[in-house]
Design a protein around this ligand. Structure first.
Ligand code: BTN
Length: 246
């Protein structure tokens, strides 16, 4: 086992990602070490946002990785690997989990998990990667300012044992990560694409002040989103260059 070989539990942290980065700097823990907390005072989300989570209700972890065999230009495979592992777990309890590019985990149109990957790149090598995961498990009430939150409990009606679920998540992550390291990365890419939220559906999007219709068809090698317009034009977007409209 790589992921979960060592688990460091903390009652409260500012952010498990921040703690993991400090540990890498100070003592280089073994690959797969998991920093796990019941509560974060400054949980970090994508693009400088915050991640809110009620104490003891959800899974808040960061995994320390050293994917040195991976070229920096291929780093999106880490996101795909982590997202697929979360989807593997969710699908066991409630099938139909989708991945909203780049890495929101969606179940029944609600966001139930978010991923924040922070890589440290030196020259042509990814020296370390911190893969932070916030999975909403038993939380039933969310702050009103959150766009579209959900949890496993709200969707399935079941109260989960967090420790059991965490073990299952780590095992799913370990399996997918080993495929990323030693197996066929193209399979990861294809499975990720097959699980994309809105894949091949004609939907509305907004970008650079204009609204258009198109279908998500693929992900580029660099991890950019590819949308095909009804006229057959292929458009490519980086994160934050596109809004999903209803
Ligand atoms: C997102 O905005 O969707 C990403 C959210 C990532 C949240 C997790 S919670 C555990 C880890 N520690 C953090 O500070 N953030 C990530």
């Amino acid at each position: 086992m790589i992921i979960g070989s060592k688990i460091l539990f903390f009652d409260t942290l500012s952010s498990t990602n921040t703690k993991a980065a400090m540990l890498i700097r100070d003592e280089e823990p073994p690959e797969g070490t998991v920093v796990y907390a019941d509560f974060q005072t400054s949980g970090k989300g994508q693009t400088g946002s915050t991640w809110e989570s009620e104490k003891g209700k959800n899974i808040l972890i960061s995994i320390i990785l050293y994917p040195e065999s991976l070229a920096p230009e291929d780093q999106f495979i880490i996101s795909m690997t982590i997202a697929l592992a979360i989807a593997d777990l969710i699908d066991k309890y409630s099938p139909g989990c989708r991945i909203k590019w780049p890495n929101d985990i969606i179940l029944n149109d609600k966001k139930i998990a978010g991923i924040l990957i922070e890589n440290s790149i030196s020259g042509s090598v990814i020296k370390s990667s911190v893969a932070g995961i916030g999975l909403n498990v038993n939380q039933a009430d969310f702050p009103e300012n959150l766009p579209n939150p959900g949890s496993l409990k709200l969707i399935t009606g079941v109260v989960f044992d967090i420790e059991v679920l965490l073990k299952e998540l780590l095992s799913a992550l370990d399996k997918r990560y080993k495929t990323m390291l030693y197996g066929d990365r193209e399979i990861i890419r294809q499975e990720y694409v097959s699980k994309l939220y809105r894949l091949n559906e004609l939907c509305r999007y907004g970008s650079a002040g204009s609204v258009f219709e198109g279908r998500i068809t693929n992900i580029s090698n660099e991890g950019l989103l590819i949308i095909e317009t009804p006229e057959g034009r292929l458009m490519t977007f980086a994160f934050k260059e596109i809004d999903y409209l209803s």
